[in-house]
Write a protein that binds this ligand. Structure first.
Ligand code: G3P
Ligand code: CA
Length: 252
């Protein structure tokens, strides 16, 4: 089927809010998600990892140290322990009491309020752990509004096997020698490198498009780079400044 994530000529860039509106509110919390949604972002981006008892939680780092009042690796803490942490005070006093969301809570919030999720499976996951993520997406009836991405090739392979209906994107820090071959081999919907890597070899966008693969660049916060990426045909941009990118889109 044609790839619905390819941006038609002249259409606006897809706006993807990195960790929610992470410049305005504590990253990866429901309040950051709500600000992102209201700013006109097409997708909220998050990071998912399991608790010790296997519940998918939304957290970027492997430990809770930086973004909560607790400490320790997420995989050593139970869902109940994670839920007791304050995930807002570190950012600003007004966010005291914000909690780490589970994936289920985040999806339920998007389902009722509207919005799509670019869900990053963060770090190596077993097949069973990926299966649990998919179970949650299906239980929340959000399959049509979730796009899965990962740096982890195995996590993408498990997702493709277990839920072929979900679009998938391969995250890369640099460009592969042959991005089209890599994307084809994995069967992904999108190839998602850094904006900097992409601008160093812009012809890659047309090559991927010719192969039916979309391109979403991360994490780009400057209008000068939005413009360069737009010009070379990039489909979507992951940004910490979703309100500004949505405004730039509307002005352009
Ligand atoms: O969406 C891509 C980007 O989020 C990858 O980097 O470290 O912010 O998860 P990171
Ligand atoms: Ca991420």
């Amino acid at each position: 089927p044609p790839n619905g994530y390819l941006r038609p000529a002249g259409a606006p860039l897809t706006v993807i809010a990195h960790r929610g509106a992470s410049a305005a509110a504590p990253e990866n919390t429901l309040v950051a998600q709500e600000i992102a949604r209201r700013s006109g972002a097409d997708f909220v981006e998050n990071d998912v990892q399991p608790s010790r008892d296997g519940v998918p939680f939304v957290l970027h780092d492997t430990t809770v140290d930086r973004t909560t009042d607790g400490s320790g690796a997420i995989r050593t803490l139970t869902a109940a322990q994670l839920k007791a942490l304050d995930a807002g005070s570190w950012f600003a006093p007004q966010y005291a009491g914000a909690r780490l969301p589970t994936l289920a809570e985040q999806l339920a919030d998007l389902r009722t309020r509207g919005g799509n999720l670019l869900l990053e499976i963060k770090g190596a996951h077993t097949r069973d752990e990926v299966a649990r993520i998919i179970e949650v997406i299906r239980a929340e009836k959000m399959t049509a509004r979730v796009f899965v991405q990962s740096f982890e090739v195995d996590a993408l392979r498990y997702t493709r096997e277990l839920a072929p209906e979900l679009p998938t994107g391969l995250l890369r820090s640099g460009l592969d020698a042959d991005p089209v071959a890599v994307a084809r081999e994995l069967g992904v919907t999108a190839y998602n490198p850094t904006g900097t890597a992409l601008l160093a070899r812009p012809s890659v966008v047309a090559d991927l498009h010719a192969a039916g693969v979309a391109v979403m660049a991360w994490t780009v916060d400057s209008p000068a780079q939005w413009q360069q990426l737009e010009r070379i045909g990039t489909d979507g941009i992951i940004t910490n400044r979703p309100a500004e990118l949505a405004g730039w889109n509307a002005a352009g």
